[in-house]
Write a protein that binds this ligand. Structure first.
Ligand code: ZN
Length: 509
């Protein structure tokens, strides 16, 4: 019998969950997650760590006990149900413990998206978040990430709910259907219980406009219907728009024509989706408008135009993600001129303040040099998204604990890099990555500190996870999950420290 059964020695003398958690800690019952101990109407719950995986243990009888399915044993007169962390049990968990279900969180000043491609990171994130003044969006996946990892929205959210329960985190968290482009995807994310929708408008942004001649732009603009043009010109030309902090925005006919042509379709798309799916949804949904995954950096003028048009159409956005100047590449620091970034970011922040939403910073992992600007210029109201860095920290643990596996992954990643570049834009120079056969095991984790190797591992996650041998068995996936299960605390600690650095630089208390 597993060590956790000893908890039955205490149950009688202690109804109070806090003292029970303390006893389990003090007694060194290591296969129980102490913060997962909960009790409702005389039914006790906790998560245990078994060789084959985690299990939910329910002790009691009656209605709540019956909601969960699993194997029942009796011990010292107790009915003890040992349950798989299945979707069905997770639905019951969210019913009995509402804090394990996602809620709208974007109204909080600092929110951080903590995408977790493997479904193993959330507990580490929660251990950090518990100590800070920040609300997490723990489930956050794009369709691209779902496809590359072979997961589902339901599965992503279930993994988060179990982690929230395991850590006893009652502070509330969001779930973001990230970078959704199609109505069907939005409906699916909402049906799965997601509380935030990030609408990716990139396919409706006309990137070719800036490269056209003035005459051609004029020609295209003239084909926009008369009444619309007159309305735009009335509202935007010969005016100075005042923003907080003394910033001002003005438009010339040339700049207005260009901006209308680039963004008009994207705005119509956002308005349409908002009206059809978000506005009258039966629960509150945080709606983010993303115009970041596009070739054209969003000028403050363009941002102001988009914000004005969304407001005019009564779209209540919780956040808007502009594309900033410079480059926000995956998993590495900001590339570009910091002074330019700061100058433009201040105006973006002022626009967001005027229109009452938050700036959302995408690809926010590891952008340490711009974090102080983001924290300061938004006066501590922003949303920051991270994802891939949490996978990189997982790989760091693998490099430390299982160097042979890391070596295999590293070589495989280099071999499929060209394929991975179809999904992600990076500037990694593979000639700068040392030949792995010349490195000692101790040196392997340092590859996770170098931009070139970081980016290679960062973007090949899908190909690594999906890789199969000629028998149809996964080459890496099962071993990756096994190492991270065996060294779970090491992974949690790495995440606490790495995401903790983000919070420190952002100035989060
Ligand atoms: Zn984005």
């Amino acid at each position: 019998m597993s060590g956790w059964i000893r908890i039955t020695d205490y149950i009688d003398c202690s109804e109070d969950v806090q003292s029970l958690r303390k006893k389990v800690r003090d007694d060194g019952i290591n296969d129980i997650y102490p913060d997962s101990i909960h009790s409702v109407d005389g039914t006790m719950f906790f998560i245990v760590r078994e060789q084959e995986g985690k299990r939910l243990v329910v002790i009691g009888e009656g209605k709540i006990f019956d909601k969960f399915s699993g194997n029942v044993i009796t011990h010292k007169g107790y009915n003890i149900k040992i349950c798989l962390l299945s979707h069905q049990n997770c639905s019951a968990l969210r019913e009995v413990f509402p804090f394990t279900a996602p809620v709208s969180v974007l109204d909080n000043p600092v929110t951080i998206g903590l995408g977790d491609r493997l479904g193993l990171a959330s507990a580490g994130h929660i251990r950090l978040i518990k100590k800070h003044d920040v609300k997490p969006v723990l489930a956050q996946q794009s369709m691209r990430e779902l496809n590359l990892t072979g997961r589902t929205y339901t599965g992503v959210l279930d993994d988060v709910s179990w982690a929230v329960f395991q850590e006893g985190y009652t502070g509330g968290f969001g779930a973001d259907g990230d970078h959704l482009k199609k109505p069907g995807e939005i409906q699916m994310a909402l049906d799965c219980g997601y509380t935030m929708i990030t609408l990716d408008c990139s396919e409706h942004i006309n990137n070719d406009i800036p490269s056209l001649s003035k005459e051609r732009i004029k020609e295209k603009y003239d084909s926009v219907c008369d009444c619309l043009r007159r309305d735009y010109e009335d509202r935007y030309l010969n005016k100075t728009f005042k923003l907080p902090e003394g910033y001002e925005i003005t438009f010339t006919l040339d700049s207005l024509m260009e901006i209308v042509l680039i963004y008009q379709d994207a705005i119509n798309f956002a308005v349409d989706i908002y009206n059809k799916y978000i506005k009258n949804y039966h629960r509150k949904v945080d709606f983010e408008v993303s115009i970041d995954e596009t070739l054209t950096p969003t000028s403050p003028q363009a941002h102001f135009f988009v914000a004005t048009e969304l407001e005019k159409a009564n779209v209540k956005a919780a956040s808007v993600a502009p594309r900033f100047c410079g480059e926000f590449q995956k998993g590495i620091d900001y590339i570009g001129n910091l002074k330019d970034f700061e100058r433009e970011f201040k105006v973006h922040a002022a626009i967001a303040r005027k229109f009452g939403y938050k700036i959302s910073v995408h690809s926010g992992s590891d952008k340490f040099s711009v974090f102080p600007v983001i924290g300061r210029e938004t006066a501590g109201r922003y949303h920051l998204k991270t994802a891939g860095t949490n996978w990189l920290e997982a790989v760091r643990v693998i490099a430390c604990k299982c160097p042979d596996l890391y070596r295999e992954m590293h070589k495989y990643a280099l071999g499929v890099l060209e394929e991975a570049k179809k999904y992600y834009h990076i500037s990694a120079d593979t000639s700068k990555i040392p030949d792995i056969d010349t490195l000692s095991d101790d040196e392997l984790p340092t590859l996770m500190d170098e931009n070139d190797s970081r980016q290679v591992i960062h973007i090949t996650y899908g190909l690594l996870l999906q890789a199969k041998d000629s028998n149809g068995d996964y080459i890496f996936k099962d071993r990756i999950y096994k190492v991270l299960y065996d060294y779970e605390n090491a992974y949690y600690e790495t995440l606490e420290s790495h995401i903790g650095k983000h919070l420190t630089k952002l100035g989060v208390k």
